[in-house]
Ligand binder design. Structure first.
Ligand code: NAD
Ligand code: ZN
Length: 349
């Protein structure tokens, strides 16, 4: 089998195949990217294990992968800002650019969003892939392809810290120390948060958080949300001004509310059960704002400048590396919850 464009395709729940696909040609306004690095995200693994996330159901074979970087190998008609050889990070969601959400800058809410590896849209875990040129961000030479792939989760954190109002001196609680909780930790710190506390039910993840600069860590052992909130308050000396919930676990969302100061904000990043019972009156009478979050908008340029300037170091998040041919092993490793970020090299090994 030739592998000119070896591609990782999810055929259906539980079935990933590596197949050679035609090399795609860039249409006007698009570029062809010779893919370099693609990080595996929990959602990729979820589609593989369950075949769906909420209303997004894998009904036809879909290429996986959306945390990606590569080198421009061809440019489509009308592309002037990028040229062959440019190293780029790929923002995976391309919106319609015309609707009211797009026009007001909240393009992550576009109803016509085409997001890599969200059915039925193909992702970019392949040797070659084409993408809208204006959603490819040119990186300076000293920013690595792995860092470029990590702009994706980093953008989620930038959006979360912005929407939550993290600023100089903020006291922040982060619930869940998975990849998303950890990029929120890095971003909150870089934004000027004076104290960041992070929770998890897994001590290994808290140890990593500590190395990444967490001021406090709490190993959650109880499902009693009030009890955990009290432990957090004891630890931090007061309730958090801002809580960024990154586990999606129901008891943790409840803790997030109890552990936040009156007048503060709970940012819901984690997506777990569709319906959760919350201490809503407690939040209401203390004016704790509960805010939703969906991916990001206008965050890639910030991710790029934060990484390029050295203000945020995402490299320690990468714990495992595989070649494209080893995609299945990479997914199995991620599914076992080993390490933090699993990175796939899409170049020829
Ligand atoms: P992950 O599963 O690796 O991390 C979740 C962490 O939460 C784990 O380390 C787990 O041990 C911990 N946890 C579980 N129960 C807990 C509890 N009761 N208290 C504290 N910690 C607990 O996932 P991830 O890749 O880091 O993503 C985190 C969440 O963010 C997921 O729910 C994901 O779907 C969501 N997400 C949302 C968006 C968005 O746009 N809103 C974007 C990306 C990811
Ligand atoms: Zn739109």
């Amino acid at each position: 089998m030739s592998d000119k464009n070896l591609t990782a395709i999810l055929y259906k729940k539980g079935e990933i195949r590596l197949e050679d696909q035609p090399v795609p040609e860039p249409t006007p306004g698009n570029v062809q990217v010779c893919m370099q690095k693609v990080g595996i995200c929990g959602s990729d693994v979820h589609y593989w294990q369950h075949g769906s996330i909420g209303d997004f159901i894998v009904k036809a074979p879909m290429v996986l992968g959306h945390e990606a970087s590569g080198v421009i190998s061809k440019v489509g008609q009308g592309v002037t800002d990028l040229k062959i050889g440019d190293r780029v990070a790929i923002e995976p969601g391309v919106p319609c650019r015309l609707c009211k959400y797009c026009k007001t800058g909240r393009y992550n809410l576009c109803l016509d969003m085409k997001f890599c590896a969200t059915p039925p849209i193909h992702g970019n875990l392949a040797r070659y892939y084409t993408h809208a040129a204006d959603f490819c961000f040119k990186m300076p030479d000293h920013v690595s392809f792995e860092e470029g792939a990590l702009f994706e989760p980093l953008s989620v954190a930038i959006h979360a810290c912005r929407r939550a109002g993290v600023t100089l001196g903020s006291k922040v609680l982060i619930c869940g120390a998975g990849p998303i909780g950890l990029v929120n930790l890095l971003t909150a710190k870089a934004t000027g948060a004076s104290e960041v506390c992070i929770t998890d039910i897994d001590q290994k993840r808290l140890d990593i958080a500590k190395e990444l600069g967490a001021d406090y860590t709490l190993l959650v052992k109880s499902r009693d949300a009030k009890e955990v909130a009290e432990q957090l308050e004891d630890m931090m000396g007061e309730k958090a001004e801002i809580t960024i919930e990154c586990s999606g676990a129901a008891p943790s969302v409840q803790t997030a509310i109890y552990a936040t100061q009156s007048g503060g904000c709970v940012m819901l990043v984690g997506l777990g059960q569709a319906e959760v019972t919350l201490p809503i009156v407690n939040a209401a009478v203390r004016e704790v704002d509960i805010r939703g979050l969906f991916r990001y908008a206008n965050c890639y340029p910030t991710a790029l400048s934060m990484v390029a300037s050295g203000k945020v170091d995402v490299k320690p998040l990468i714990t495992h590396r595989f070649n494209l041919e080893e995609t299945l092993q990479a997914f199995e490793t991620t599914a076992r919850g080993e390490g933090i970020k699993v990175m796939i090299n899409c170049g020829r090994s």
